[in-house]
Ligand binder design. Structure first.
Ligand SMILES: *[C@@H]1O[C@H](CO)[C@@H](O)[C@H](O)[C@H]1NC(C)=O
Length: 239
């Protein structure tokens, strides 16, 4: 007999608990205060004084910057949410007395903590590294996606695709620096590179100095020849 009773004991306890709970609750359009049920205030309003035996609930509208979005028995309206730019947010829809502010990510940010139609926290889109290209633009809800450049191409991290390295030889130019995944190849004009330019300048200087020396040697030799020449003096005295 005791064994057979057992399965009925628990459901009965559960049913009694549920009914006693329902017995204390009010209709959908009412709220409970003490042992009374009072009519709720509409969205956008709040309770000024609770109902009594001979008066209904009295309500007041929410002040600017506060709201209630449902019929309620609240004595205070909720404060509107701030869309904090420090959290990467801006206002999507301003607060009204019947609805809270909706926030959205700032330009260049994406939401990392969405709540219904709003966002509680956003983060800046990541920047692709040099050697990578932006394979997917970041959106308000997704981060930027980066991919590596394949060999022979480059991107500084801001490109939407990797560019092939400039082929210096096919432009009849000299390769000065080979391209990397982060930077293009650098080409130089024909055969003129830094080495030959410096070499050329040194050669010109040597030629100028050498030429000057040779000229002076020639002048000095000529003068000394004329000074000591007997033929020259003889020639003068004859005239
Ligand atoms: C990504 O955004 C840039 C501008 O920031 C635009 O030029 C480009 O077309 C976009 N790419 C895609 C795949 O939407």
């Amino acid at each position: 007999m005791v064994k057979n009773l057992k399965p009925f004991v628990f459901p009965q306890i559960i049913l009694m608990t549920v009914f006693s709970g329902l017995g204390l609750s009010c209709h959908q359009g009412e709220y409970q205060i003490g042992n009374e049920c009072c009519p709720k205030c509409l969205a956008g309003r709040r309770v000024k004084t609770h109902c009594t035996v001979d008066s209904s609930t009295s309500c007041l509208p929410c002040m600017t910057g506060t709201y209630t979005d449902k019929p309620n028995g609240l004595e205070r309206c909720h404060h509107c949410t701030n869309c904090d730019s420090g959290s990467g947010l801006r206002i999507k829809t301003p607060c009204t007395v019947t609805s809270d502010t909706l926030c959205e990510p700032l330009e260049g940010f994406y939401c990392v903590q969405p709540t219904g139609h709003s966002c509680e926290r956003a983060q800046e889109h990541k920047h692709c590294k040099p050697g990578q290209y932006i394979s997917h633009n970041g959106t308000a809800s997704t981060d930027t996606e980066c991919s590596d450049c394949s060999s022979g191409t480059f991107s500084d991290g801001t490109f939407h695709s990797c560019q092939p390295h400039t082929r210096c030889y096919s432009l009849n130019l000299q390769l000065i620096t080979a391209g990397t995944s982060a930077a293009d190849a650098q080409c130089g004009e024909g055969s003129v590179n830094v080495g030959t330019a410096v070499g050329g300048a040194v050669a010109v200087i040597i030629l100028i100095i050498g030429g000057g020396l040779l000229f002076w040697i020639h002048v000095c030799v000529s003068l000394s020849v004329f000074t000591v020449s007997d033929d020259y003096n003889t020639a003068l005295s004859k005239n």
